[in-house]
Design a protein around this ligand. Structure first.
Ligand code: MN
Length: 132
């Protein structure tokens, strides 16, 4: 699975990257929306893990761009954020994220939860494409 991690906190980034590499993911990382934009211009991931609080531009700026790009729009985007207030999950899903995971990440479930989300979405797309 090709996974793009966009996260400005180095410790969080390294932890997420190492967990996913350990699970056999091919991982690219970015610490800003601008960096992620460059990566996405030449590499199409199967999933994007997107920190919402980033310097310069918010994660939602990248979310909106991906959704407007015909070659990327179906890539699942998972918000990985430190927000943990009641209603946050609903707010992020309403905003257009496919899934929401709160920080600190649960190291035992992190990779499998991402993989489950991606296969759920690709199955859903397969079903939809049978009924155009
Ligand atoms: Mn951040």
């Amino acid at each position: 699975m090709k996974t793009l991690i966009v996260e400005d906190n180095e410790l969080n980034l390294v932890l997420a990257r190492d967990l996913l590499l350990h699970h056999g993911h091919e991982v690219m990382t970015a610490t800003t929306v601008a960096e992620a934009r460059v990566t996405l211009s030449r590499w199409r991931p199967d999933v994007v893990l997107l920190d919402v609080q980033l310097p310069e531009e918010p994660g939602t700026a990248l979310l909106d761009e991906i959704r407007l790009d015909p070659t990327l729009r179906s890539v699942p985007i998972i918000a990985v954020t430190a927000f943990a207030m009641a209603g946050d999950r609903e707010r992020f899903l309403e905003r257009g994220f496919d899934h929401y995971m709160s920080k600190p990440i649960d190291t035992r479930r992190f990779a499998s939860e991402i993989e489950a989300q991606v296969s759920l979405r690709s199955e859903a797309r397969g079903i939809l494409s049978e009924f155009p």
